[in-house]
Design a protein around this ligand. Structure first.
Ligand code: M6R
Length: 608
């Protein structure tokens, strides 16, 4: 949802801003712009509709020189994507510029007031109220003008401000949208996420809600909305710049699919000690575990589907009932929570607005809130009572893959931990599951070795307009995830159903033009799935099956089979999702879609 980058230091700002924008492009890509404060103390803005490459062509022609600047890549909320609505936005006197990520919810009333006072608006954005407001409240101190403006606005924001009135500063603030400050040697940076800064520094400061930072090239001063000084901790980030590069892969999504065995290994190394799950960072005393009545999980998108797999795993290994909600629904519904329950929020970015709101809405109503998160320093990781990191490294592709894998493995480990604590899972069974988990990375390689076959299936199926994904039990959420992957990157309509539900409606859709992807490992519902597949083939719909290696019959009844190694049912999602990710990837690539940056989407949804 928009990317922000800012630089102040001794180097030319433009190349740093452009490189940062390219790294942030996944957050929004309908327009982009930069503002540079030049040596003559004028602010020059260049901005245009479309991808960063258009901005790149535009700035190549200009002589934009200066060591202070801001950049922005937009995902439009208020105002169509066009040159004028692109950020940065000027104040009326052209002395101050603002880049903003988020939504100023009361912008209409602020705008009306400003217009009454003679301010003229040129864009349709909510953001434009900010530079005018800052101008109207300026009394010799830019930080104070920003602080007083932020007291008036409601909504969400991460913003960067530069002003020729005080040309040696960037003022930055956030509330509800992410912003990180990078500390270099005689230079400072701001950005919407960590990977955008990894080429320059790994020393970061994370602003809390409503904190305002005044950033000079060699110092940072932070105050809260009341103007009180805040001491900030510098956090050292252990990701490196290479982790955020494509490393020879055609797309980040493909690289991230292939990295999944590594994600599993890293988590097993971190959370298994002497053959036992060791979640020493999680504080759940035995008396609390004994009295746990329920677990509530909230998440969005792919993280929500991982939560559904987690429900099956936790319920079957520990016997504790689990309720899973979309964060966007949970935050507004009647919440029947108790201190004998545990809250879990799952988010790759840790910045999803609905997930943050859902987490805040049940603060202090449950025993504890545990966040299962990827991005260190993110809002969710800072605000939750406890954190379990999924150790997936930076995920750049908008379609989540390796983070899903990290979420699954974390949920399995947590389920085992609870199962042991509840005395529902014996040490022997724990060992059996862990031993099998350790072989999953190797099993994944055997799926990757079928990539040519998956590509050829993708070729044959890329022209269909609709797909139905079917699964049962713990593989039903994988059908949901497979369908989401296909629709978000290829724009082909896909929906998922629990296979047993098919005959209650969706079966009416099926004919020779409506392929079905069936997840059919050899498990306790295998024969039920086979019956459902027969119901499909009887209606002439083509079937692609994801089936167990040991299943010799399946090829006789379906059109195509992608085999996954046989593993115990509970762990099968770790493997069954991989062919679905690859199938979606290849179909989208064959169709020439922008796999890493699908239309209308953004990597982290930081607005409601
Ligand atoms: O960062 P989060 O895990 O909170 O993001 C949640 C969803 O926005 C995300 O999973 C989205 O659905 C992905 N595009 C799915 O590939």
């Amino acid at each position: 949802m928009c990317g922000i980058i800012g630089y102040i230091g001794h180097r030319e700002a433009l190349p740093i801003l452009m490189q940062g924008l390219k790294k942030l492009e996944y957050r929004g890509y309908d327009s982009a712009g930069v503002a540079i404060l030049n040596k003559e103390n004028n602010i020059e803005i260049q901005k245009c509709k479309g991808r960063i490459k258009y901005l790149e062509d535009m700035v190549r022609e200009k002589d934009l020189k200066g060591t202070i600047g801001l950049g922005h890549t937009r995902w439009a909320t208020h105002g169509k994507p066009n040159d004028i609505n692109a950020h940065p936005h000027f104040s009326g006197d052209h002395e101050t510029v603002v880049v903003h990520n988020g939504i100023i919810e009361n912008y209409l009333s602020i705008k009306e007031n400003l217009i009454l006072n003679g301010y003229q608006f040129i864009s349709d954005t909510d953001t434009e109220v900010l530079p005018h407001l800052i101008q109207s409240l300026y009394q010799g101190n830019i930080t104070e003008a920003v602080r007083n403006s932020l007291k008036i606005v409601t909504g969400s924001y991460a913003l960067g401000v530069i002003s020729k009135k005080e040309p040696d500063k960037i003022v930055a603030s956030r509330s509800g949208s992410p912003l990180v400050i990078g500390i270099g040697d005689q230079e400072m940076f701001i950005a919407s996420d960590i990977p955008a800064l990894l080429n320059y520094t790994r020393k970061m400061i994370f602003l809390e809600e409503n904190e305002i930072a005044t950033i000079e090239k060699n110092c940072i001063h932070v105050v809260n909305l009341e103007g009180e000084e805040i001491k900030k901790k510098v956090v050292y980030i252990d990701w490196d710049a290479q982790m955020a590069e494509k490393s020879g892969y055609k797309h980040f999504m493909l690289k991230e699919i292939i990295q999944q065995p590594l994600v599993i290994r890293d988590n097993l190394v971190k959370y298994i000690d002497s053959g036992r799950v060791n979640l020493s960072d999680i504080h759940l005393p035995q008396n609390i575990v004994n009295s746990l009545e329920k677990i509530h999980i909230v998440a969005c998108g792919t993280a929500y589907y991982a939560s559904l797999v987690g429900k099956y795993a936790i319920e079957s290994l520990s016997g504790i009932p689990v309720e899973v909600d979309y964060a966007s629904e949970f935050r507004y519904r009647t919440q029947l929570l108790s201190k004998n329950s545990l809250g879990i929020v799952i988010s790759q970015s840790g910045e999803t607005a609905d997930t943050i709101a859902a987490m805040r809405s049940c603060k202090n109503q449950v025993y504890s809130e545990l966040a299962i998160v990827n991005v260190k320093g993110s809002t969710i990781s800072r605000e939750a009572d406890q954190v379990m990191y999924i150790n997936a490294g930076p995920e750049i592709g908008v379609a989540s893959t390796k983070a899903f894998m990290g979420q699954l493995i974390s949920l399995y480990l947590f389920a085992i931990f609870l199962g042991k604590a509840k005395k529902q899972l014996s040490g022997q069974n724990e060992e059996k599951i862990l031993n099998e988990m350790m072989r999953i990375p190797h099993h994944m390689e055997t799926i990757f070795s079928q990539d040519d076959k998956i590509k050829s299936i993708a070729n044959q199926f890329s022209n269909y307009q609709h797909f139905l994904y079917l699964g049962r039990d713990i593989n039903f959420p994988i059908a949901l995830e497979g369908a989401l992957k296909l629709k978000e990157i290829s724009y082909i309509h896909a929906e998922a159903y629990p296979a047993g539900e098919m005959k209650h409606g969706p079966i009416a859709l099926l004919d020779v033009n409506f392929p079905v992807v069936a997840i059919v490992p050899r498990d306790h519902v295998y024969h039920k799935m086979i019956n459902n597949i027969k119901e499909v083939t009887t209606r002439d719909a083509p079937v692609i099956a994801v089936a167990s290696e040991s299943d010799e019959q399946i090829k006789e009844i379906v059109d195509k089979v992608i085999y996954i190694p046989d593993v115990q049912t509970i762990l099968s999602p770790l493997l069954s999702v991989v062919p679905l990710q690859l199938l979606a990837y290849h179909i989208a690539d064959i169709l020439g879609k922008d796999v890493d940056k699908p239309r209308n989407l953004a990597k982290s949804v930081t607005v409601e």
